[in-house]
Design a protein around this ligand. Structure first.
Ligand code: ADP
Ligand code: MG
Length: 349
């Protein structure tokens, strides 16, 4: 349904060109959840904001590519058309609800707003549907609380309000950009469960962005179980799919590995994906120090030449990393693609 091809986006700043997203391609099918995973600064948000026409231009620039949604190229469609798609057919929830909720409007008014803007709903109808939606996302006493203001809500409740607002127009695609990073772990799980439930009810596709491996961390317990061929396996794999059908791993503005969630968790191939997995608390052997990926992501202003993970590659063989050209993403088994850098593929069993 959504098909992104060769998307590249940059920021032309006084200090130089930041190549934030380079040559990214992926598809999202109806009802599917795509997880985008990678360290801070790897280009996850810019990938999604580009499709929504939300990167500031200038300094931002879409250098190339297309993002087709039912015959409309989101990267090249007029702002007016994009405005009618944004918040209606594609919605977003952000990390910090406080920056996206208006402190001067009541919760009820804000949740109803997309209906007024996109569907021309009347006041009464909009209010009724907002109430229904707030109840659906689990706001207790929704009737009374509709007239409260954002600061009167807890972080978790504000996140629910944002989900209600994002889903009230029944969008085809929901982009959740680190939706739970600011929340504590139990609330995180509740919010992710809620997104999942609403997604199933409505058939919405979800793109879930996370830097802290939220997608993977939440399923790490079942991953531990994978080692034991018991009845839990089925259960576990169900949970894997609970949050993501497919995972794209991004590094330095590019996709380094992409596979169905289960395949990626069981057979990570790229040294960076393996490093991410190894650094999840709880997955490593008890008593041994937690693995941390050495070094820092590269400066995105430098023209890349060769494999950009080379300086941090401790699980593969950096000596074998490409130095003369950039690795390419190639399919190694059906639906599983990985960058073909010999140094990053080294050390795989
Ligand atoms: P992520 O979401 O993976 O943490 P982003 O997609 O936000 O990362 O950012 C990718 C790169 O683009 C980073 O190097 C970031 O500094 C840069 N970037 C993002 N927005 C801007 C901007 N408005 N101006 C300049 N550089 C930016
Ligand atoms: Mg981001």
């Amino acid at each position: 349904m959504l098909s992104v091809r060769n998307l590249s986006a940059s920021f032309h700043t006084r200090a130089g060109i930041v190549r934030a997203v380079r040559n990214v391609s992926f598809d999202v099918a109806p009802g599917e959840t795509l997880g985008i995973v990678g360290e801070s600064g790897s280009g996850k948000s810019v990938t999604c904001y580009s499709m929504m026409g939300l990167i500031p231009m200038p300094p931002g620039r879409i250098e190339s590519g297309s993002a087709m949604l039912d015959g409309t190229d989101l990267l090249h469609c007029p702002e007016k058309e994009l405005r009618s798609i944004r918040g209606k057919r594609i919605s977003m929830i952000f990390q910090d609800p406080m920056t996206s909720l208006n402190p001067y409007l009541t919760i009820g008014e804000q949740v109803a707003e997309p209906l007024v803007i996109h569907e021309g709903a009347g006041k009464k109808e909009a209010r009724d549907r907002a109430l229904e939606q707030l109840a659906l996302v689990g706001i207790p006493d929704a009737e009374q609380r509709m007239d409260a203001y954002p600061h009167q809500f807890s972080g978790g409740m504000r996140q629910r309000v944002m989900i209600a607002m994002a889903l009230i127009t029944r969008p085809e695609i929901l982009i959740a950009d680190e939706p739970t990073t600011a929340l504590d772990v139990t609330v995180q799980k509740q919010v992710l469960d809620l997104i999942r439930k609403l997604q199933q009810d409505m058939g919405t596709s979800v793109i879930l962005i996370t830097h802290d491996l939220g997608v993977i961390a939440l399923i790490r317990d079942l991953q531990k179980e994978l080692k034991f061929p018991t009845i839990y396996i089925t259960h576990d794999l169900g949970v894997v799919r609970q949050y993501a059908d497919r995972i794209n791993v991004m590094y330095a503005g590019r996709i380094v590995e992409s596979a169905p969630a289960r395949e990626l968790l069981e057979h990570p191939r790229h040294a960076y994906t393996r490093a991410l997995m190894k650094s999840i608390p709880g997955l490593h052997a008890k008593g041994s120090p937690l693995y941390t990926i050495p070094g820092l992501p590269p400066n995105m202003m430098q023209e890349p030449c060769g494999c950009s993970f080379r300086p941090r590659n401790t699980l593969g063989n950096p000596e074998l990393c490409l130095t003369d050209r950039e690795p390419e993403l190639v399919e190694i088994s059906p639906g599983h693609s990985v960058q073909n850098c010999p140094g990053c593929l080294a050390g795989n069993q």
